[in-house]
Design a protein around this ligand. Structure first.
Ligand SMILES: O=C[C@H](O)COP(=O)(O)O
Length: 250
């Protein structure tokens, strides 16, 4: 079984002063029983990776371009992220899908680029509130999974994060049964796609308003192998208890 994983997505937060949070995490968790990933903004990647180099904290990015290089002003390629010290990249986050019009096919192209650069692709899926209320959640997740996860995905180069759009930054979370239903669907669809062994080993994260107070309940749900955390990953004092809560289940 692949180690469980807690990933922090800093989104567009953080300046050099906040690198101290990564140093604090590295010091607090010298030999964790789970994997720890922090994805700061691209401006901090190289410094964060340098700081975390000899620690158990992996540094990742929040997006990449699908091409390795070229005339793409403002974009950053997967090989560039790897060169800066990233070991992973978040792809298809709902904020990218909504505000940057990223579709499943583009997410799959980016994931292929990430794999080629040796990065773990953390591929995000999730339904909107309107889709959930229309009872479309399972078909939306199935379609996203089918088209966003490229062939060649394995338990070591890919992580799937289920993030209901309506739960992100809202303080709302699905019921345990709703999370279990979606994670179970993802696991079974991955088994059809990649085979049972790979599907069992591939880590499925839940994301959306995960906090120290609700982490234990979420980590007890079937097929939840960790979390993708936004707001509560910005401060080590909030993120650390989430790490320890997942460790207690490992
Ligand atoms: O990538 C992280 C998610 O968007 C969750 O964010 P949140 O923990 O602030 O709700």
């Amino acid at each position: 079984m692949t180690r469980k994983l807690v990933a922090g997505n800093w989104k567009m937060h953080g300046t050099k002063a906040d690198l101290s949070q990564i140093a604090a995490l590295a010091t607090a968790h010298p030999a964790p029983r789970i994997d720890i990933l922090i994805c700061p903004p691209a401006t901090l990647l190289a410094q964060a990776a340098g700081l975390a180099a000899d620690s158990a904290v992996m540094i990742g990015a929040q997006d990449c371009h699908a091409a390795a290089s070229g005339a793409h002003t403002g974009d950053i390629s997967a090989p560039m992220l790897a060169d800066a010290g990233a070991g992973a990249v978040i792809l298809g986050h709902s904020e990218r899908r909504e505000h940057h019009h990223e579709n499943n096919e583009l997410v799959a192209e980016k994931a292929r680029a990430a794999h080629a650069a040796g990065l773990i692709a953390v591929i995000c899926l999730g339904e909107t509130l309107a889709q959930r209320e229309a009872a479309q959640t399972l078909e939306v997740i199935a379609a996203q999974l089918h088209a966003s996860v490229p062939d060649g995905s394995t338990a070591t180069n890919t992580v799937i994060a289920y993030e209901p759009v309506w739960a992100i930054g809202t303080g709302l979370t699905p019921t345990d049964a709703q999370i279990a239903e979606v994670h179970g669907l993802i696991r079974s669809l991955l088994a059809e796609r990649l085979g049972g062994a790979a599907a069992t080993a591939l880590r499925l994260l839940y994301g959306g308003s995960v906090k120290p107070a609700n982490a234990a309940g979420i980590f007890a749900i079937a097929d939840v192998d960790g979390a993708l955390v936004g707001g509560a990953s910005l401060k080590a004092e909030d993120f650390s208890p989430i790490i320890m809560t997942l460790e207690a289940t490992a």
